[in-house]
Design a protein around this ligand. Structure first.
Ligand code: CP
Ligand code: NVA
Length: 313
């Protein structure tokens, strides 16, 4: 019988418990303070992150690469075009090989089953940097951002307006873990895939303005996610009326925040006056990818680092 501890991955939001998220968020705040005060913090000297990108990225690549550097380690970027993945090497083989050379792996790919197969063949932690079904690192950054601005998210209402995409499914999982409620409004024909949902903490609204009523946070995302570009023209028509604009924000709580994972299309899913307005925290959200992912990597590689004077539990 093997006594080897199973490898901890972060493949979807529900992979972590509330206690683990609370710990990671607490560490993210500490790590952010160190970064802001130029305090050198190198717990990961000689550790290497490999990042596998099968889709484009600005924020995810930059935050993981800069984050690993700031923790004293190194990051290596691979994409489909230049690596053997683009020539048909099985993900199972890639997982085996990469995990023998590196300490931690981040993958951005298409179907969730691809990253699951990758992780099943990895000796080291694998982090989901976005799949068609989930974007857990972004929602972790968003929750950290909400907590920074407004305190605990438990008991609050988040309005999701737009596509039923990877961000929505990670938000739905987060609602279950953190104990908040989602008001969801998607256009007809772009409905929630209920096979991806295992929470009852949401209410569906046909009318996107109604979904914003009383919300503490209004959030949206592009109408056409990566991999679905061929549908762009028909989506533009189907999503007419779903732009988050000033009239929808006016239905939300007076101090409601606006979030968008970026990149954004002003004049499509969000109006310029909302994303560039006083309720928008999109730049904090983007920056916080760096801090939460550093805390996530630290946790996956080193486990809990107890503050001085606190006994480990
Ligand atoms: N929000 C996000 O994941 O951005 P990128 O696609 O630029 O990584
Ligand atoms: N839903 C978007 C998020 C981009 C960060 C996509 O998958 O393209």
């Amino acid at each position: 019988m093997s006594t080897t501890k199973p490898i901890k991955h972060f493949l979807q939001f529900s992979d972590f418990t509330l206690a683990e998220f609370e710990y990671v968020i607490e560490r993210a705040a500490i790590i952010k303070r160190k970064f802001k005060s130029y305090e050198i913090y190198h717990p990961l000297i000689d550790r290497t992150l490999v990042m596998v990108f099968e889709k484009n990225s600005t924020r995810t690549r930059l935050s993981f690469e800069a984050g690993m550097h700031q923790l004293g380690g190194a990051a290596i970027y691979l994409n489909t075009r230049d690596s053997q993945l683009g020539r048909g090497e099985p993900v199972e083989d890639a997982g085996q090989v990469m995990s023998r050379m590196c300490d931690i792996i981040m993958v951005r790919t298409f179907g969730q089953e691809i990253i699951e197969r990758f992780a099943a063949n990895s000796r080291v932690p694998v982090i989901n940097g976005l799949t068609n079904e989930h974007h857990p690192c972004q929602v972790l950054a968003d929750i950290f951002t909400f907590v920074e601005h407004r305190g605990a998210i438990a008991g609050k209402t988040v309005a999701w307006i737009g596509d039923a995409n990877n961000m929505l499914y990670s938000w739905l999982q987060a609602a279950e873990v953190f104990g908040f409620h989602l008001n969801v409004s998607t256009p007809k024909g772009y409905d929630i895939d209920h096979s991806l949902v295992s929470t009852e903490r949401f209410t569906f609204f046909d009318n996107p303005s109604d979904a914003c009523e009383g919300a503490h946070l209004v959030t949206t995302d592009v109408w056409t996610s990566m991999g679905f570009e061929k549908e762009n023209a028909e989506r533009l028509q189907a999503f007419d009326g779903f732009m988050v604009d000033a009239s929808k924000m006016a239905r939300a709580a007076a101090d409601a925040l606006f979030m968008h994972c970026l990149p954004a299309h002003r004049g499509e899913e969000v109006s310029a006056d909302v994303i560039d307005g006083p309720q928008s925290v999109v730049w904090d959200e983007a920056e916080n990818r760096l801090h939460v992912q550093k805390a996530l990597i630290e946790y996956l590689l080193l486990g809990r680092i107890e503050p001085a004077g606190h006994a480990p539990d």
